[in-house]
Ligand binder design. Sequence first.
Ligand SMILES: N[C@@H](CCC(=O)N[C@@H](CSCc1ccc([N+](=O)[O-])cc1)C(=O)NCC(=O)O)C(=O)O
Length: 216
Amino acid sequence: MTPTITAFERSPDGGQGLARDTRVRWAFEEVGQPYNVRLVSFAAMKEPAHKAVHPFGQIPTYEEGDLVLFESGAIVFHIAERHEGLLPTEANARARAITWMFAALNTVEPPILDRATTWISERKEPWCEQRLRLVDDRIRSRLDDLSARLGNADWLDGEFSAGDLMMVSVLIRLRSSRILDEYPNLSAYVARGEGRPAYKRAFAAQLAINTGAPPA
Ligand SMILES: N[C@@H](CCC(=O)N[C@@H](CSCc1ccc([N+](=O)[O-])cc1)C(=O)NCC(=O)O)C(=O)O
């Protein structure tokens, strides 16, 4: 049975890939599996029918038969567990790749999300500029360490994995802030991820929804 994910009927970014269905699409493309998409409006997301599949009224969700999942990280992990191509088969390498998934979501993404929230919800506040400086320094603290760990490697731990998929997806959110430009190896890392054919197919699919153009 082909799984169905949910995505924005119209994403606030106009289809620049920042909404979290993009990382799930990317995972499906990396493992070569088909998926269906159910588009939801902002209003529908908060209705009982959607909250029955996503308790917080968000996207993405994953439905396959009687299995219903939410949380983009959990969905990517589920896809990676069931299909080859995103997690190593060797047990220790697999565990390390999963560690990088958690690091992306739990350690690197929080200050990046904090910045986005500050910029979206608090930019008219008199203290916003000061707060952005504090948040940017917290982001730099994480990127200093991530950049040092990555060094000149292509991926975080050997072959490309779901850990890299999540980390690149998290770092893409920084683009508008220009902070990533301060880290040439991380900029190149993100570009490497975006250069993957699977990412390009995932990006094109969500862009097509937002622009109405058929995917290439
Ligand atoms: N932890 C959850 C977070 C899910 C989440 O934040 N979903 C967002 C869309 S992806 C986050 C997102 C949305 C839009 C942009 N953008 O730039 O346009 C970027 C990221 C959502 O449904 N928001 C509506 C709501 O909460 O009511 C996960 O990883 O799945």
